[in-house]
Design a binder for this molecule. Sequence first.
Ligand SMILES: CC(C)(COP(=O)(O)OP(=O)(O)OC[C@H]1O[C@@H](n2cnc3c(N)ncnc32)[C@H](O)[C@@H]1OP(=O)(O)O)[C@@H](O)C(=O)NCCC(=O)NCCS
Length: 168
Amino acid sequence: MIDSLEWTEWNHLNDMANNVDREICQQMADLLARNYRSSNDGEIYSNPELEYLISKKSTDKIALLCSKNYTAFCQNKEGKVIAFGLLVQNERWEIKYLNVDPDYKGQGIGRRINSLREETAKAQGVKEIYVESLLFPGTLAFHRSNGYLRIPSPKPLYYTILMKKNLD
Ligand SMILES: CC(C)(COP(=O)(O)OP(=O)(O)OC[C@H]1O[C@@H](n2cnc3c(N)ncnc32)[C@H](O)[C@@H]1OP(=O)(O)O)[C@@H](O)C(=O)NCCC(=O)NCCS
């Protein structure tokens, strides 16, 4: 299944794209909103908190981040974006925005996107990679199974915890 998907990488870590595909970014934002809502069935976040988190991740924000970072995504046969994730360089290197369509979870797609991001980071000489993880139990289990461990955050985090992995 995973190999029948169409995989794409946008690598703009060393340049700045002025024409990322907005239709794809719109699909990413829609997927993220749908996914956050369906992951919150245990009510980890209140509805206003969840909608606040979603509102910070608009199409515009995703398009801007994609234009100057690394993005991996895949589409099904109909061209629908079913998973995506970014590797972002801020004051530290972070993986961000990983989302797998609920209908496609548990097939190794998230793990594949993580591998692509980590290989890209290694190629940039990165030794330590971070994630501000959402608090959904499945998300925490996913990051742990990919080798990320919780560390104290230098700044207060209200909706996430900081995790780190050494890339060797
Ligand atoms: C977390 C998420 C990205 C995982 O994607 P996925 O494609 O289903 O994950 P994979 O199939 O690659 O799983 C890899 C490993 O993670 C672990 N894992 C994934 N989902 C899990 C869950 N719900 N519960 C427990 N472990 C889980 C398992 O160890 C799994 O390995 P296995 O299949 O050999 O058992 C996906 O559930 C998602 O989109 N969640 C909502 C959005 C989100 O929280 N994004 C992360 C933001 S920090």
